[in-house]
Design a protein around this ligand. Structure first.
Ligand code: BLA
Length: 514
């Protein structure tokens, strides 16, 4: 049987409107003007001892009568939240229902007020968490090494939420990711350094994590509670759970967690200039609920990490730009001083290889090849430039997937999956070529590699995480990190400098011959 499954179908699943909540909490959505109940999760019946179909279309008062939260107090809370424009001022609000202490969490979205009740944790943990945050702040300020910073953050988050494993997971430019720091229970197999395909966290999920920064899946084995709606009031619109803390989980992702043996999972978004650069990804091997205040503390520590990295990254970008400018300037001076292009670019203290992140350089000049670092062999370079001439009409070309554009390069992807090329003279076959190797030679799957693609009850094939990994391994070969804008413009500038020297020399020879 051939399996023809399409990874992009992952992106089609509307995970913000799946119509269920996780069963550890209760959800009610009301109209802000009238307080009438439009949607409620079926398990609200367990909370208040009244069926949800009876509650739908009723005023919230009916439900509140079963709780210790008088309706006027709730109205006051809602007013404060709505007036201040931020629900952070009132969330969470502790209430007692049927002898249970619960946290009420409120937000407004899409013309509805969403009320979610979930178990309240032990309040004595709050001061402990505050101490951990203060310590984390000190560590962020004093960590000189990036690895220390990442490791300390993972350790603090692990202390706060008590999970078996906490990882810092960083996205690449193609949205695949790598575990770059890890704190775990000693008996667990390490995931540090492992790579995962972009499709493991599809686009719409990443979009949600930019808005709602903490995602807790308390028990992957639990049965979610269906959201019931009043047909008249809901107007056929499913309830949008983008900001909900209880949103139930996509079945594909549940399968993924089970495949990894994980029962509880928590992710905290790491943002850089509003874009997701990574996640703190946390696993527990038995069900585990993390209460609101612990989630907030973990989020705060993660945001400290993001802020520190933002600062560092700006400094690093600045440093790279500075380095590239200095190398470019030095090469220009060498060209002016030497009157010998080959010597100036390949034989002095600074070479053209210092201009960017390339690991190999070939200069084709005066019918000769000059190789620095790791490069394809001379015959391969001859064929490559023949192809470049026909395939590329421009004086410049850059790719991070040379073998995809030019299949013979697959043979040397280990040194040249990325190519940055500038043409000096098409007629004389003169080029400067920078190379870098394919990014990942070997990738390892962290789940069970033997797990087959699963078949659903009705016989359909479902794309399992394992299958997506196989597809990705194919795609990730032959690829390297893209060249940056700074690298591209430095190469273009160097081309101008070289041509200026070459033209000057040609003119001098012409004058001498006259
Ligand atoms: C969500 N996938 C996620 C999340 C993570 C991962 C962290 C966020 C939710 C959570 O915290 O569990 C992936 N988890 C990882 C990775 C590591 C990890 C890479 O610990 C590495 C150590 N997933 C697939 C395929 C599909 C898919 C093939 O593998 C689609 C067909 C979907 N993943 C998927 C969906 C979500 C998700 C839909 C969103 C879950 C949700 O928030 O409801």
């Amino acid at each position: 049987m051939t399996l023809n499954v399409n990874i992009t179908s992952c992106e089609q699943e509307p995970i913000h409107i799946l119509g269920h909540v996780q069963s550890h909490g209760y959800l009610v959505a009301i109209k802000p003007e009238t307080y009438t109940i439009v949607h409620a999760s079926a398990n609200v019946a367990d909370l208040v001892g009244q069926s949800v179909s009876e509650l739908l279309g009723q005023s919230l008062d009916t439900l509140l009568a079963k709780t210790d939260l008088p309706v006027n107090n709730l109205k006051e809370l809602l007013n404060v939240g709505r007036r201040s424009g931020s629900w952070d001022t009132i969330n969470p609000h502790q209430v007692r229902i049927g002898g249970r202490l619960l946290n009420l969490i409120i937000h407004e979205h899409d013309d509805l007020l969403l009320l979610e009740w979930e178990p309240a944790g032990d309040t004595s943990n709050m001061s402990y968490n505050q101490r951990l945050i203060a310590e984390a702040l000190n560590e962020v300020q004093s960590s000189r090494q990036l690895t220390d910073l990442l490791q300390n953050t993972a350790r603090r988050v692990k202390e706060i939420i008590g999970f078996d494993r906490v990882m810092v997971y960083r996205f690449g430019s193609d949205w695949h990711g790598q575990v770059i720091a890890e704190e775990k229970e000693p008996h667990l197999e390490p995931f540090l350094g492992l790579h995962y395909p972009a499709s493991d966290i599809p686009r719409q999920a990443r979009e949600l994590y930019k808005i709602n920064l903490v995602r807790l899946i308390a028990d992957a084995g639990s049965t979610p509670s269906a959201i019931l709606s009043s047909p008249e009031l809901a107007e056929n619109r499913p309830l949008d759970l983008t900001h909900s803390t209880l949103r139930a989980v996509s079945p594909v992702h549940i399968e993924y967690l089970k495949n990894m043996g994980v029962q509880a999972s928590m992710s905290i978004s790491l943002l850089y200039r509003g874009e997701l650069w990574g996640l703190m990804s946390c696993h527990h091997y038995s069900p585990r609920f993390v209460d609101f205040s612990a989630r907030q503390s973990a989020r705060f520590v993660s945001q400290l990490l993001s802020a520190a990295l933002e600062f560092r990254r700006d400094a690093e970008d600045q440093h790279l730009l500075q380095q590239s400018r200095e190398s470019g300037q030095q090469l220009h001076e060498q060209l002016l001083a030497d009157d010998d292009v080959v010597r100036a670019l390949t034989k002095r203290q600074i070479t053209a290889l210092d201009l960017n992140s390339a690991t190999g350089l070939v200069l084709l000049f005066n019918n000769q090849q000059y190789h620095l670092g790791q490069t394809p062999d001379e015959a391969a370079i001859r064929e490559l430039t023949t192809w470049l001439k026909t395939a590329n009409p421009n004086t410049f070309m850059e790719t991070n997937q040379l073998p995809v554009l030019y299949p013979p390069a697959e043979a040397y992807a280990g040194v040249g999956a990325g190519l940055l090329a500038i043409e000096l003279s098409r007629e004389l076959n003169e080029y400067l070529l920078w190379f870098k190797p394919e990014r990942i030679r070997q990738v390892t799957w962290a789940g069970n590699p033997e797990k087959p693609v699963s078949v659903t009850d009705n016989g359909d094939l479902r794309l399992s995480p394992r299958k997506s990994f196989a597809a990705w391994t194919e795609q990730v070969r032959n690829t390297t990190e893209p060249w940056t804008e700074v690298e591209v413009s430095a190469a273009v500038k160097l081309r101008e400098d070289i041509l200026q020297i070459v033209t000057k020399q040609a003119n001098e020879i012409r004058l001498l011959n006259q």
